[in-house]
Design a protein around this ligand. Structure first.
Ligand SMILES: Cc1cc2nc3c(=O)[nH]c(=O)nc-3n(C[C@H](O)[C@H](O)[C@H](O)COP(=O)(O)OP(=O)(O)OC[C@H]3O[C@@H](n4cnc5c(N)ncnc54)[C@H](O)[C@@H]3O)c2cc1C
Length: 397
């Protein structure tokens, strides 16, 4: 594995930088700087710029609309987008169901769904977890019963991120209640406007509406919307989870996060010296930076494996654990650095607001971000479960 960029890679890096500088939507930058919550339209505005350029799905095979970039180019892309603080696109279509469809779908499914994921016309959500079936996902009870050329689906999903905006959802449903748990599950694509679907908000600790409950009552789903064979949905589910976990490491974004913490620590005072001069604080930043560098090398190894034709395997659990812990530590350090300015509740300017929030701008979102980031060690399969996977599949214990 070569770690120096070739002249071609350096030229690509310049091309990416110039493209972002010229094309990243100015209104998005403004909203991020003000600490405003981002809407569906905000996410789509960047998505559509990238779709037009053909850069929205770097990891997809070229035949389905991917970029054909090498692993190094993909790495440069994620570095540069994080460096420029570009928002991360929603993963549900691009990183989750898209790869499932081009790997396991029929030609008709590929033709119907993939172009709309790329263009941003369809917003997807993930219907895996249920009350009582999170870590133990294979125990899920939402059932689909065959009725002619349809399935009739009944059950409840939970923690469904951004389902309030979704046009489509990919759902795991039980199609054979008598089979062994993993063997009776199918993978269905469901139009979220279907009669019988109700989406109810769950408001999180930071005050955000990000997750939902999704209820399905006698929802009729055409059999042609099933991906892969009936009762073999677990194969798609596992494939998708490995993809989900690779992206979860968020190395490039954490690097930028560390730079932000350093900037804050230079500005905040600890007695008569800047906080950055405090030996304890400095040590915490250094430890975080070392762990992040180690994670980066692990991710590079995984990328090198991928470019040699190896798909993401159980070692992606390792990326998930370390990446999510680092993200949490970053938000803790930020909160520590802003001190009492982290306490006032501020969630962006609402219409008609004319009072400036208390404290420096970088402090406004420190607390909500800290609370929100507690999720990273839970979602995508909790970190305890990832440790079990490593013990079994990587260490062979
Ligand atoms: C913000 C957020 C967004 C999410 N978005 C989605 C989404 O879009 N779609 C979706 O389908 N799901 C989503 N999830 C659900 C997520 O995948 C589950 O929360 C996760 O799998 C954990 O399941 P659970 O919440 O049921 O906890 P449980 O499985 O009940 O676990 C509770 C605790 O017990 C521990 N535990 C459980 N079993 C074991 C074991 N065998 N060994 C050791 N420890 C164990 C867990 O680690 C955890 O600490 C989201 C969750 C969050 C928090």
């Amino acid at each position: 594995m070569h770690l120096d960029f070739s002249p071609e890679d350096l030229a690509f890096q310049q091309e990416v930088r110039a493209f972002i500088a010229e094309n990243y939507p100015a209104e998005l930058r403004g909203k991020q700087d003000e600490g405003d919550e981002l809407s569906k339209e905000d996410f789509l505005s960047w998505h559509k710029v990238l779709a037009k350029k053909g850069w929205v799905a770097p990891a997809w095979p070229v035949e389905y609309g991917g970029t054909g970039w090498t692993a190094t180019q993909r790495y440069i892309w994620s570095e540069e987008t994080a460096r420029a603080d570009c928002i991360r696109l929603m993963p549900f279509g691009l990183s989750m169901v898209g790869p499932v469809i081009y790997t396991f779908g029929t030609p008709e499914q590929k033709a119907k769904y993939l172009p709309r994921i790329l263009s941003g016309e369809d917003w997807w959500c993930q219907g895996y977890s249920e009350p009582g079936s999170g870590s133990d996902l294979a125990s899920l009870r939402t059932k689909a019963v065959r009725d002619g050329d349809h399935y009739v689906v009944n059950g409840q999903k939970t923690w469904t991120t951004m389902a309030q905006h979704a046009d489509w959802g990919f759902f795991l449903v039980r199609t054979d209640p008598d089979a062994k748990q993993q063997e009776g599950i199918s993978f269905l694509l469901i139009d979220m406007k279907s009669p019988g679907i109700t989406v109810r908000p769950i408001i999180t600790l930071g005050g955000e509406h990000e997750v939902n409950e999704v209820w399905l009552e006698d929802v009729r789903v055409p059999v042609e919307n099933r991906v892969y064979e009936e009762n073999k949905g677990w194969t798609c589910a596992k494939f998708l989870l490995a993809h989900e976990r690779t992206g979860i490491a968020g190395v490039a974004a954490s690097k930028r996060g560390i730079e932000k913490v350093k900037t804050i620590a230079r500005a905040e005072m600890d007695g008569d010296k800047p906080l950055i001069a405090n030996a304890f604080f400095k040590r915490k930043i250094a430890e975080l930076e070392m762990d992040l560098t180690a994670l980066e090398f692990t991710e590079l190894r995984s990328l090198a494996g991928e470019s040699a034709g190896k798909g993401p395997g159980p070692e992606s659990s390792l990326l998930k654990i370390k990446g999510s812990e680092i993200q949490q530590r970053l938000t803790e350090l930020t909160l520590e650095a802003v001190g009492h300015y982290g306490a006032p509740y501020f969630r962006g300017f609402g219409e008609g607001d004319n009072e400036h929030p208390i404290g420096p701008d970088y402090a406004h979102r420190a607390a909500p971000t800290y609370f929100n980031t507690r999720k990273t060690t839970i979602y995508g399969g909790s970190n305890e479960i990832q440790r079990n996977i490593i013990a079994k599949m990587v260490l062979g214990l």
